[in-house]
Design a protein around this ligand. Structure first.
Ligand SMILES: [Zn+2]
Length: 435
């Protein structure tokens, strides 16, 4: 059975990778149509819902005899771009070599779509039906640029068709080892985005006579230095506190917990630290438009991420903490404000995931994690506040440190053994929750 799941998930993923769904423009129709024909044969009621004809979404239901919860497997079929000249294998080949399946989307997230579809189809084809409730598949277009015609549109335009009580999506599941124990991150929350611009003012002048003006650009030097050298920041809300506890630390002393991580595994620190507080990352700079004109204004664009549940106050607190007195001489203007979202760390769904992990990787544990970015879970949590949504695509052979740098990068690939492992999870989960 496990071998069959691995073989079939590998085949479905190869097909999905071979559809070029780079977004923009996406052009996801062919990939969605392929999935429609694949799940239709297994007894699902399938509907295609589209805001834009070339970019449809699939909603498929396997209904039980009695009313009960809806368990949804969500995934997006669009990808970010890829430059074939940087790849060992063509990004749209789906080549299987050296134990990996290579291609854009092999991790983010055609692999999960394939595993979810194969698990659901295996159940449906065998004649399994939920004893109560519904197993729902939602495969969408347009995640990478915000979901305007994908998940956001679906949850707003057709809420009754995608209403979910429990939902599995991307954002977690890669195993990592910490202090001798294997741990699987279950993504319970996503950080908010509070991007802003910092502007310094001066007086314009001719660049050949430096003292004729007051160079605004030079005022950003100390700002950049402070951003580069900022100490860690901590906001101990539910998610970060649960994560520290799961790693054996004390949430009332996050600094000590982080030092412990730094000593044990400095690479892991790169992923864990941003989950615990507000991050400020300068990414764009602008000053004079002419090389011979001293700028009267200069600005930095700063990508700021705030732990779930917190808002602009937390971002402003952090700005003052890092920039100190400089903050008062600068203009700070927010250009994007999105509060992060979360599901409870404790739930029936979490308990079932925990049980599955310890049964299928003896000795391993789950750990609640927070995504520094965001995904389509955001739209489902917003539309259905009762829905418990987690990011979980378990990979046992390819760990977090190997997988994470490949997402959105060249040579994105997945260990084919993990395709069977993950499909087994989605299959077992549906039986456990809906039987
Ligand atoms: Zn994704």
């Amino acid at each position: 059975m496990a071998d069959d799941l691995q073989r079939e998930t590998t085949e479905v993923l190869q097909r999905l990778v071979q559809f070029n769904t780079v977004n923009p423009p996406g052009n996801e129709r062919a990939a969605i149509e392929y999935l429609v024909s694949y799940v239709e044969d297994a007894g699902f009621d399938v509907e295609v819902l589209a805001c834009v004809d070339a970019r449809p979404n699939l909603v498929a239901n396997l209904n039980g005899a009695d009313d009960g919860p809806t368990l949804t497997y969500l995934g997006h079929v669009d990808t970010v771009l890829a430059d074939p000249s940087e790849w060992t294998h063509d990004p749209w080949s789906g080549d299987v070599a050296d134990g990996y399946l290579w291609g854009r989307g092999a991790l983010d997230m055609k692999s999960q779509v394939a595993a979810e579809a194969v698990a659901a189809v295996a159940l449906g084809r065998d004649g399994w039906r939920p004893a109560r409730g519904t197993l729902k598949l939602v495969f969408v277009s347009d995640e990478e640029t915000g979901g305007d015609v994908g998940a956001q549109w679906l949850t707003k335009t057709h809420p009754d068709k995608v209403r979910s009580d429990m939902l599995l999506n991307e954002g977690g599941g890669e195993v990592f080892e910490y202090r001798g124990q294997r741990r699987y991150g279950v993504c319970c929350a996503e950080k908010g985005v509070f991007r802003f611009k910092v502007t310094a003012r001066g007086v314009a002048g001719h660049a050949s006579l430096p003292r004729t003006g007051d160079n605004a650009l030079l005022k950003l030097g100390p700002v950049l230095e402070k951003l580069a050298n900022a100490e860690s920041s901590f906001e101990m809300t539910e998610g970060p506190a649960a994560l520290i506890e799961a790693l054996g630390g004390d949430p009332s002393d996050p600094g000590a917990a982080l030092r412990q991580v730094a000593e044990t595994d400095p690479v892991l620190l790169i992923f864990l630290e941003p989950m615990l507080g507000v991050t400020l990352t300068p990414t764009m700079a602008h000053a004079s438009d002419k090389i011979n004109v001293i700028p009267s204004r200069a600005s930095l664009a700063i990508d700021c991420r705030v732990p779930p549940g917190l808002g602009e106050d937390a971002a402003r607190r952090r700005i003052e903490q890092v920039l100190g007195a400089d903050a008062t001489d600068l203009e700070v203007e927010f250009t994007e404000k999105v509060v992060g979202n979360q599901s409870p760390v404790q739930s029936d769904l979490m308990r079932v995931i925990e049980r599955w992990v310890s049964a299928n990787d003896p000795g391993a544990q789950t750990v609640p994690v927070i995504l520094p970015g965001f995904s389509d879970s955001r739209w489902f949590r917003e539309a259905f506040p009762e829905c418990v949504a987690y990011g979980f695509f378990p990979t046992r052979h390819m760990d977090l440190l190997e997988a994470a740098p490949l997402v959105h990068s060249a040579d994105e690939r997945i260990d084919v053994r993990d395709l069977g492992f993950a499909a087994g999870f989605y299959l077992d989960l549906a039986r456990e929750l809906l039987d």
